[in-house]
Design a protein around this ligand. Structure first.
Ligand SMILES: [Zn+2]
Ligand SMILES: [Zn+2]
Length: 216
């Protein structure tokens, strides 16, 4: 089971994913508006054991400190996005001219192939560099949480620090589009979609898309 709230000026999605019987949960991205995220947790009556970031951009991590303090949970991210995590508060300042307390240091790191237990369920980590070098997606029960790697009808930008277009296309075509077509996609911004829909209609990686590879 999952629930979502949209947070912050850049409208990023903060998801809670949980075992509906055991009520054990994790949060995927805590970008801003900790109070809104905490209300979602309370509403679903779950116990959060950790926050997992899809990547280190400020719009995905700026509420981690407060949510972590309130819930007493752990925080994980891919090691390669540590420099971005450390600059999150500075990047926010540059864009919005407002001082914000940055995210805390992570309690540990996620990497390709890691299995995360959520009650009786298992969530798998796939490393999908391109939008940032430490971008990851989380796969669980017919769903994939894609952060800023894949959106409904779009793909992540690669013009920000750490971005690499060739790597992004590689991650998308080899790792994400190879998932079953009926898998739901829950992106870091905007509405959900499915692997099948993006494989057909995504203007970048869908049929006839800008970066579509011949072998697909
Ligand atoms: Zn991003
Ligand atoms: Zn974002």
């Amino acid at each position: 089971m999952m629930d979502v709230v949209e947070v912050g000026l850049l409208m990023s999605n903060s998801y809670v994913v949980f075992d509906p019987d055991l009520r054990e949960a994790i949060i995927i991205d805590a970008g801003d508006e900790a109070d809104k995220i905490l209300r979602m947790i309370e509403k679903n009556d779950v116990k959060v054991k950790a926050i997992y970031a899809t990547h280190g951009h400020f719009d995905h991590v700026l509420a981690v400190r407060e949510v972590k303090e309130q819930l007493g949970c752990k925080f994980y991210i891919h090691r390669e996005d540590l420099p971005l995590l450390e600059r999150a508060s500075e990047s926010y300042m540059k864009l919005f001219g407002e001082e914000r307390l940055g995210p805390p240091a992570p309690d540990g790191y996620v990497s390709e192939g890691d299995i995360i237990k959520i009650g009786d369920y298992e969530m798998k980590v796939i490393h999908t560099p391109g939008h940032t070098s430490g971008s990851v997606c989380y796969v669980i029960e017919g769903a994939v949480f894609t952060g800023d790697t894949l959106f409904a009808g779009s793909i992540g930008r690669t013009d920000l620090p750490g971005g690499n277009l060739q790597m992004l296309i590689d991650s998308l075509t080899r790792k994400l589009l190879s998932l079953p077509e009926d898998y739901s996609v829950f992106p870091g911004h905007g509405p959900s979609t499915t692997i099948g829909i993006e494989k057909l209609y995504n203007p970048f990686i869908g049929i006839g898309g800008l970066y579509r590879e011949k072998h697909l």
